[in-house]
Design a protein. Structure first.
Length: 160
């Protein structure tokens, strides 16, 4: 697992500046993570807002944020401040969204503002996602550990 401690802001250089493929990939990774952060702001959850993007063949094929299922009220927490059991995680929303389309996530990259829980890690693996890039690490490392063992490349890019 690679970990970068580079600010997400001001990382994109002038397009005419020559760079290696690795530097170019890092620039795109940072840009997609910034977009995932913006997407997270659409969540109605009060405890934590999480955003996700799935990118395949240089195109965003799906997006998601944590929230309640379609048709349910938007409140993610109950009167005690606990997350309701049926709230979907951002990556689950993005994966199910692409599943409803004519596309698929095989050999794609998933960008997340928070690393996945163990349940979502299984979905990531089953969807055929080959690469995960995320900002913050979830409290339980089981999901990331599972993805490592499954051969999925994971990269954390830290905010300053």
């Amino acid at each position: 697992m690679e970990v970068f401690k580079i600010p997400l802001m001001n990382t994109i250089e002038h397009p005419s500046t020559p760079c290696t493929e690795s530097e170019k990939q890092h620039r795109y990774d940072c840009a997609y993570l910034k977009m995932a952060r913006q997407w997270a702001e659409l969540s109605h959850c009060k405890r934590r807002q999480v955003g996700a993007l799935i990118v395949k063949d240089d195109m965003i094929i799906s997006d998601g944020y944590n929230g309640t299922p379609s048709g349910a009220e938007n409140a993610c927490e109950d009167e005690n401040g606990d997350t309701k059991w049926y709230v979907l995680h951002a990556e689950a929303n993005a994966i199910t969204k692409v599943a409803r389309s004519t596309n698929n996530a095989v050999n794609s990259t998933l960008y997340l503002t928070l690393s996945p829980c163990r349940e979502c890690a299984k979905l990531i693996h089953q969807a055929g996602i080959k690469r995960l890039v995320y900002i913050d690490r979830y409290k339980d490392p089981t999901g990331i550990d599972f993805l490592h063992r499954s051969g999925i490349e994971t990269t954390q890019i830290l905010q300053p």
